[in-house]
Every structure is written in structure tokens, then in C-alpha cells.
Design a protein around this ligand. Sequence first.
Ligand code: HEC
Ligand code: HEC
Length: 297
Amino acid sequence: MSRKPNRTEGQVETTGHVWDGIEELNNPLPRWWVWVFYATIVWGIWYTIAYPAWPLVNGATPGYLGQSTRADVAAEIAAVNERNASLNEALSTADLAALSADTSSELHGYAVSLGASVFRANCSQCHGAGAAGLQSAGYPSLLDDDWLWGGTVEDIAFTVTNGIRNEQSPDTRWVEMPAFGDMLSREEIAALVAHVRAISGQEHDAALVEEGALLFADNCASCHGESGEGTREMGAPTLNDAVWLYGGTPERIEETIRNARFGVMPAWARDYRGASGLDQAQINAVTVYVHQLGGGE
Ligand code: HEC
Ligand code: HEC
């Protein structure tokens, strides 16, 4: 089968190439195509003048339109900061009780999400990412309604601001349980363990309970309460329930009575921690966040 050449003999020159009888014609390019081609060249030159293009030693030619993605990002960040500045301002002066009650407000939503990120960055290493605490180290769970020092927003804000048993804040919460290892005999401590196990509803040595109850009334009730209900002003944990700060096994209870414990939480206010501390808006945010985790009062 042969194809007719697309030309009238002699009208279009050929390049002289011929393969198997197929000639290569030298037709001119369509005019519209040529103009588009020239236009792209002109556009390309204009583009390198208008926009950042040619690499120099420090950066590139800026282009006369002054466009810069870096500046766009900086402007966006500034806009977000400006928007949050008014929220942060409102948050740092907010009435905490009213704010935590008004769960549908924009400020409350902002406080909870800011508080969650403050918590992740500053609190989770001790209290756990989910705030469930770590019993082996005496880091309390912040999810339940069992509070050592108090679970109202004011209590929580005070704890976060001043910390617990630290040297930084003069207002820190500070009550120390004495170590009874030197004051009481081995038998007396065993009797106290039996008593604490009894009031917390656990298996215990019944023969020791009577002596344990007397020792408890003399040595422990001033802080932990007569029936072991705990005292918030002292940060003395409730002993007649199933929630433990350090643990309710006989070994852990004995260890606590013998050596006492010294749980320390840093004070977070900038007054005490400098730049690594939290500003008032962040303290309020993390307070609202912790309060709404489930156990807030
Ligand atoms: C270095 C470890 C550590 C870090 C970090 C830490 N905490 Fe604590 N926190 C503790 C300890 C220990 C206690 C319990 C102290 C005690 O025995 O009374 C505690 C207690 C608390 C309490 C009191 C709970 C109650 O039952 O009354 C609150 C509230 C609290 N922490 C919130 C926070 C928040 C919010 C942050 C982050 C801004 C934070 N903590 C960071 C160690 C820490
Ligand atoms: C001066 C107050 C005070 C006295 C007195 C005191 N405690 Fe405590 N007790 C505390 C405080 C505060 C804590 C929390 C310690 C910490 O977190 O560092 C605590 C913690 C405990 C715990 C750990 C509870 C848990 O959840 O893991 C036990 C058990 C306990 N005390 C038993 C006793 C017994 C028994 C006596 C009496 C022999 C006693 N305490 C006397 C203040 C006191």
C-alpha cells in the first residue's frame, strides 16, 4: 500500500531524507503555533523579572512584584498571633469558675485546646499523656474525682501556679508526712499496715487491727482524719478508699509509713520559673483543661 505524498510536486521542499520511499517534507510551522512559541519566550523573560528567579549568593533576585512565600507565612503567623492575642488577654483575666461552667463559649474551647497542648508539653512526663498518673512514682491521676489538695478550678490553678513541696514558690503546698521508721517499732508499723488495709477494705491480719487503730488515732488521724478520710488542707490522701497515690499493697503501705514520701511538683508561674514557666493565660488554660478531664469539682 502506498500513500500519496501530502504535496503537489515541487510546491514543498523536502529535507532530502528518504526512508523506504518515505520522504521528509519541510512544511512551514503553522503560524498560530509560531506566535504561541514567541509568546512563551516573552512571558518567560517577563516572569524572571517579575518574580524571584535567578539564584544569587544570598537568596535570589527578588522580582519587581515583591512576591515572597516566606513573607506570606510570616504575615499569616502574625495574623494568627493577633487573633489569639485578644483570646489570650481574655483568658488571662477570665473568671475561672464562670469560664469552666460556660462550656459552649469560644473562650472555653480555646482554653481547652491550648490547655491540652500546654499539658502535653509540660505535665505529661509526670502525669502521663492521658493524665492517668503513675502510681509507682506517686504522680496522681488527674482523671478521677479523688483530689489530694482540691479539685475546684481555684484549687487546681493554685496547685499549678505554686506547685507542691518545691523550693521555688513561698506559697507552695507543703505538708510532710513524718517517717515513722525511727519512731515506731517493727510490730507497731505492722499493726498500722493491718489497720490501713482494714479501712480500705482489703485483706489484713485481724489480730493486729485493734492495736493498729489505737496507733492510727495517736499518730495519723491528725492528718489523715479519724477514719482515714484524708484532709485536703494537709494534702493527706484518703486511706479508706481504693484509690492509691503510692500503692495499697502491704509492702507499699509499710514503705510509706517507714520512710514517708516526698512528692514534688514544680511551681509553674513565671515568677518562680522564669522563661520556662507558664504565663497566666497558659495556667488558666491548663487549669480549665484538667478540670474538664472528668474529675473537676
Ligand atoms: C515533675 C513531675 C510533675 C510535673 C512535671 C507536673 N506535676 Fe502535677 N503533681 C506532681 C506530683 C508528685 C503531685 C502530687 C504531689 C503530692 O503528693 O501531693 C502532683 C499533683 C498535681 C495536682 C494536684 C492533684 C490533687 O489531687 O490535688 C494537680 C492539679 C497537678 N499536679 C497538675 C499538674 C499540671 C497541670 C502540670 C503541668 C503544668 C503538672 N501537674 C506537672 C508531679 C508533677
Ligand atoms: C503531718 C501529716 C501526716 C501524718 C501525721 C501522717 N501522714 Fe500519711 N501522708 C501525709 C501526706 C501529706 C501524704 C502524701 C505524701 C506525699 O505525697 O509525699 C501521706 C501519705 C500516706 C500514705 C500513702 C497513701 C497512698 O495513697 O499511697 C499512707 C499509706 C499514709 N500516709 C499513712 C500514714 C500513717 C499510717 C500515718 C501514721 C503512722 C500517717 N500517714 C501519718 C501526711 C501525714
